[in-house]
Design a protein around this ligand. Sequence first.
Ligand SMILES: [Zn+2]
Length: 509
Amino acid sequence: MFKPTIGLEVHAELNTETKMFCSCRNEPDPSKPNLNTCPVCMGHPGTLPTINKEAVKKVIKTGMALGCSIPVHSKFDRKNYFYPDLPKGYQISQYDEPLCENGLLEVKIPIDSEQGQVPYLKTVRVRRVHLEEDTGRLLHPDGEDYSLVDFNRAGVPLMELVTEPDIRSAVEARRFAEELQLILRYLNVSFADMEKGQMRVEANISLSELKNGKLPENEKGMGTKVEVKNLNSFKAVERAIDYEIKRQAEALEKGEKLIQETRGWDEVKGKTYSQREKEGAKDYRYFPEPDLPPMDHSEKFLNEIKATVPELPAQKRQRLVAEYGLGEFEAETFVQNKDLSNYFEKTVSELSQWVDETNGTAKVSPEEFLKLSKLSANYLLTDIQGLLNGESIARPEFLITPENFAELMCLIYQGKISSKIAKTVLEEMYDTGADPSNVIESKGLSQISDQSEIEDIIKKVIAENPKPVEDYKQGKEASFQFLVGKIMAASRGKANPEMTRQALKEALK
Ligand SMILES: [Zn+2]
């Protein structure tokens, strides 16, 4: 029986204005190769780097969000290796004094085949987060015997996060990467789009034989570590790890010896393949970067960064449930969609005022507040999402203001319009941006609450449907609902439902 031990290395390109050590624009646009370059990021002799302070702040901010300790002292080191995408022949990185150390991230794992179908919380320790520079990009034109190199990306600030080997399954790895992406976006440190290579995941996977049902206690007893690269989607992370666990287990069962190596992921074949034997730290001949001063952060500097850490996804999940009484699924949808949740919170804040004004009461009761929140969440996540059809609610073409949306919710909540009429009103608001009262008035959609008008419709419906009327009188309850439906249809959804039921009961006596 083998148990996997998995650690992740995640690289994220920071979304700073300029590159890490020069003033070139940080815009690795592949359609305009070698546009954003200068002697510094091209590694010309005699040039000197300067540290991009914004990049340092963004990495420290990330470390703070992950509960890392931030050492006051930190420095850059040279990592030596030779490859055509690296103009200087070395990369400026951080070796033994990273910006952030010892953090953790807790993620919810929805399903795990080993643990059954029960969701559980998984804590993954973060060993370190450091700052380095990205490399250029090599292009290999099809069928040609040469390669091209684009240095737009060379020198782009790159954050590297390394976890402890706490992960036990492909699902856990995927969920960790997903939650980390969300956090990077909340912090606005990286756009973290995996398909664009702005966030790249590598997994170190080893299998250990269980002794008395337990994992070996130290690193020595663990199996051979294999690194898998080129994982450019969450699905790839999950599939590649699953594949690698299976491959290693099969090899070990056959008594084969695994080698410590770096493997790539072939998305089409769904397989990992050997790339090269893994380099160790000694191969890189790290030494302190002589062209950059070490960093000593002042307390003021660190406090300023701390003040910029916003509400994080985990806190937001809890708050949305506690404050608005939302279900877990609704809360998660809002956590994943910041624009939608901003809109929701504005609506609810408007809504309590609307009910205040129309009721003439001083304040909305806590129960009422929860009901209003729930109603708005439902309309946003179903009707509005449907109208948006995948577009952002924050785009200028979306004409319904939170104020007008709140007014509509208020009309529904107070029973002034039916949910059917609400749909029509909402569509008109979506098309024209008009406020709901105007739509209702101009389209003649206001509810019929005139007793005699409703009675007239009922008389007509009874006359046209003798059979259901007879069935109801014989005790068939379903026929009553059928007749209500007919009345609502005859009034084009405008009859006050409560008055209709009362009056119909009277009429059928
Ligand atoms: Zn440059």
